[in-house]
Design a protein around this ligand. Structure first.
Ligand code: NAD
Length: 462
């Protein structure tokens, strides 16, 4: 798809501000109607979306449905189910200072939103924030990732066929188009991508004091304690790490494994990888591909062949990297210097809690996720409450993001803000505070002259 020229971008954003001011997006019926049309369009184009994802990332159909189209359809259905309730003003108590009266919070749309999507789940990570934005009554300019051109094309087609561009418009393009978009005045920018580009987005947003939601990345630790159920642990870790060939923002980036069970764990881990993808994962129908050659080279440069105990090989023409495990890794290894975002799993050994803290705290960013495999509640609670991370699981990996009742987002440099379910609706809403004061009585306390009133004020405020 040809990149959108700059003057067209200016016009598009201006039109969206006009459209928003028509107040057409505000009512329940119009939001419902837009969400239903989006759901129908996804269902209608499901085959084309899956084949685009196959071309861009070699996604198996199960993953394409489970993590891209199916999850979006489910998200829209759940949103429609709860939308009326979410839109209702929330009654809150009214303090004695402002009696008599009633207080409530109105959820009102932020206005014109820019959503910028990454390449790894290029459909879901464009559609999930779009769903939340429409539900909250907004208009949206959507910028899909140029790194997955086939998926980007089908997204642009779906949006173009389904919506008035005043309500939702997709702008294909690269850095130039995104830079032009970022120069516009939006009411909110929702960005999913790297911490590096997140910084660029936040700087651009600051020029207009535009609020941002940043869904970023980082090195998410996964801790396997000596009392973990190892059979379950290897199943859930292998799925979490190697789905989408490791290109998942919340994938376990590296493992911290207790010294006493490391040998047994590695044996089970190796066997599990074999069970899932066979001797040669290249021939497995259930294993994806790296998005492009630059990323393939970047990931391969993180591997130290001397530390590889599983995999380690690539096939450049096919953009394939084998599921890879590296043992005896330390913080000095290249693989621990950046977010891996590929199918490479480093193993670091630990003996006690302090070893875990030393590793996690030595890394510069608070991780997006953290996973703890252990049967011991004290150990689980200690780690979940003392390590700073966005969200995570106990005895699982990745799956916290599949529960829309949990807010999904990072902390510190892994992100600002959160979405999914009601949190998504909140993310694209302004919480407008309204106090409705009664008029049947008008207490003289807060009006001048103040003579003889201060002691009473002290009593009610004290
Ligand atoms: P990226 O930051 O390179 O690109 C994301 C988007 O930003 C793309 O649409 C791209 O066109 C745009 N972009 C790139 N360079 C830009 C620039 N200089 N100025 C303006 N816009 C620019 O990220 P990616 O490589 O597509 O995705 C991988 C990263 O995203 C990883 O770090 C991963 O952890 C993170 N991620 C986070 C989440 C989450 O939900 N927190 C989800 C998926 C991916």
């Amino acid at each position: 798809m040809t990149p959108t020229p700059r003057p067209q971008i200016d016009l598009l954003v201006r039109n969206q501000h006009h459209f928003f001011n028509t107040r057409e997006t505000l009512g329940y019926e119009s939001r419902k109607n837009s969400l239903e049309r989006l759901r129908t369009a996804i269902k209608t184009h499901e085959g084309a979306i899956h084949s685009a994802l196959k071309k861009d990332l070699g996604k198996p159909e199960f993953e394409a449905y489970g993590t891209e189209t199916g999850i979006c359809i489910h998200d829209i259905t759940q949103t429609l189910k709860h939308l009326k309730k979410w839109m209702r003003p929330k009654r809150v108590p009214t303090s004695i200072l402002v009696q008599p009266g009633k207080s409530r919070i109105l959820y009102t749309p932020l206005g014109v939103n820019l959503i910028i999507a990454p390449y790894n789940y290029p459909f879901q990570l464009a559609m999930a924030p779009l769903t939340a934005a429409i539900a909250a009554g907004n208009t949206v300019v959507l910028k899909p990732s140029e790194m997955t051109p086939n998926t980007s094309n089908i997204i642009c087609k779906i949006i173009g066929d389904t919506f008035d561009p005043g309500l939702v418009a997709a702008v294909p393009g690269e850095v130039e188009q995104t830079t032009a978009l970022l120069a516009q005045k939006f009411d909110h920018i929702f960005f999913t991508g790297s911490t590096r580009v997140g910084t660029i987005v936040m700087q651009a947003a600051a020029q207009n004091l535009t609020p941002v939601t940043l869904e970023l990345g980082g090195k998410s630790p996964c801790i396997v304690h000596h009392d973990a159920n190892l059979d379950i642990a290897v199943k859930r870790i292998v799925r979490g790490k190697f789905i989408n060939a490791g290109q998942t923002c919340v994938a376990p980036d590296y493992l911290l494994v207790h010294k006493s069970i490391k040998k047994a764990f590695l044996k089970k881990l190796t066997q599990r990888i074999l069970d899932c993808f066979g001797k040669d994962a290249r021939t497995s129908p259930d294993y994806g591909r790296i998005v492009n050659h630059d990323h393939l080279k970047r990931i391969m440069a993180l591997i130290d062949p001397a530390k590889v105990i599983v995999g380690g090989k690539a096939h450049e023409n096919e953009r394939f990297i084998a599921p890879t495990v590296m043992d005896n890794v330390t913080l000095d290894d290249t693989v621990m210097k950046e977010e891996i975002f590929g199918p490479v799993l480093p193993i670091i050994e630990y003996e006690n809690l302090e070893d875990i803290y030393r590793t996690v705290q030595a890394l510069p960013h608070h991780p997006l996720a953290c996973y703890i495999f252990s049967g011991n509640k004290t150990f689980q609670d200690t780690l979940t409450s003392t390590i700073r991370f966005g969200g995570g699981c106990i005895n699982n990996s990745l799956m916290h993001l599949a529960n829309p009742h949990l807010p999904f987002g990072g902390v510190g440099q892994s992100g600002i803000g959160a979405y999914h379910g009601f949190s998504g609706f909140e993310c694209f809403s302004h919480k407008k505070a309204i106090l409705k004061s009664d008029t049947w009585i008008d207490l003289p306390l807060f009006y001048p002259p103040y003579k003889n009133k201060l002691s009473f004020l002290r009593k009610i405020m004290g």
